[in-house]
Design a protein around this ligand. Sequence first.
Ligand SMILES: NC(=O)c1ccc[n+]([C@@H]2O[C@H](COP(=O)([O-])OP(=O)(O)OC[C@H]3O[C@@H](n4cnc5c(N)ncnc54)[C@H](O)[C@@H]3O)[C@@H](O)[C@H]2O)c1
Length: 448
Amino acid sequence: MVKLLGMSREDVREAIKNGDVTIAVYGLGKMGLPLAAVFADNGAKVIGVDINERVVNSVNNGENHIKEEPGLDELVKKNVEAGRLKATTDGILAAKKADVMIILVPTLADDRGNLKLESVYDVAEKISKGLEKGDIVITEATMPPGTTESLIPILEKSGLKLGDFGLAHAPERTMTGTAIRDITGQYPKIVGASDERTLEAVIGIYETINRKGVIPMSSIKAAEAVKVFEGIYRDVNIALANELALWCEEHGLDAIEIFNAANTQPYCHLHMPGAGVGGHCIPIYPWFVINLAKKTNVRLIRTAREINDSMPRHVVELTVRALNDAGKPMKGSKILVLGLTFRGGVKEFTKSPAIDVIRELKEWGAEVYAYDPLCTREDAERFGAKWKEDFKDVDAIVIVTDHREFKTLDLKEIAAEVRTKVIVDGRNVIHPEEAKKLGFIYKGVGRV
Ligand SMILES: NC(=O)c1ccc[n+]([C@@H]2O[C@H](COP(=O)([O-])OP(=O)(O)OC[C@H]3O[C@@H](n4cnc5c(N)ncnc54)[C@H](O)[C@@H]3O)[C@@H](O)[C@H]2O)c1
């Protein structure tokens, strides 16, 4: 055991590489397991803590349960076999053994960003029962600015005072599918800490695994704001793209053609318009800032949320119009929704636009079917659609998720199978001209 508080960043890096440092990672999910495996792969002794026994057992068997993460199978197996990565459900024992405790459990929020922080507080309680002088506690889970410091009274139940132990926030700046790449150096790590000694040690901790290095922030709160602001930037810019796309539709202009041309100018970064913004990050983080605003009006951030939330309805309206052009009423038409997950390649349904699209299509009286390469019949039924793996008798195809499989759809084959040739593209994955040549009535967000 080695206490990192008070050590230089160089000595910290050395100690981790030499296997002298034990790091406990709380939460072995999509973010926690890659982080735990990467630290172990760089020499640390890692104890992964999770309340889910199945997760703990599988990790201890050298198995990776986050299948969407390339390279994680090998990394988990290799480091479990080498004895550097172990898992447990005992968060107190892990805290007793560890020098550094990293909190990466879910911070679930409702649609208005009201957080359920129970799991974070639960972990902090457990850590407080094993906390020792010189330990460092780091939050990586995304939280509204101020949340990490709200853990101080819980951690001080240990009998120690902040300063005896260090506290820091180092936001996870990645997403499922690219976690290992991002953790190891796609972007620098952001770090804010309770004091200079903690900051120095935490810089050393993350320099060990991140080739791009560390950006030290002036405070924990500022570090928390970085991750939240990144998400808000995306939300507001997607809303701008969506608003301009709607304007283009009204004026018979192709938004994608215009955006591509405009983006050749280095100051312009117009995003992709689409069926809406889902997931537990981008649509939620704006609420962290809105809910904490006192005098600031935050009307741009609010409006962006409204615009993005209205996009699934717009996709349904495009479907109504397309069916209309084909001489079909929505009532009784068979609609096949392609995609249930909120984005391509990831099985995650939080705030997925597909949920709203299916609900609204049903309200119009349509017979709604769904298919998603990552999902099952039960998933479709959960959201009120029937499962369908072919295009037979379909009156309209509505693409809601940008799965790789939908980018290579054989429109010629589909044209021969459907009952009515209508395609609505909410993710710009289909070539409008190709669809039209095959006789489809095509509508897309922002497309002519
Ligand atoms: N998934 C992403 O793309 C992403 C990106 C950036 C940041 N984040 C943030 O990372 C954090 C973790 O997200 P995730 O996607 O890894 O979640 P996840 O749902 O994939 O995994 C969370 C894990 O934590 C475990 N857990 C829950 N409560 C616990 C407790 N009290 N003690 C110990 N373990 C507990 C669960 O059993 C689960 O295995 C969240 O705060 C999220 O905001 C996620």
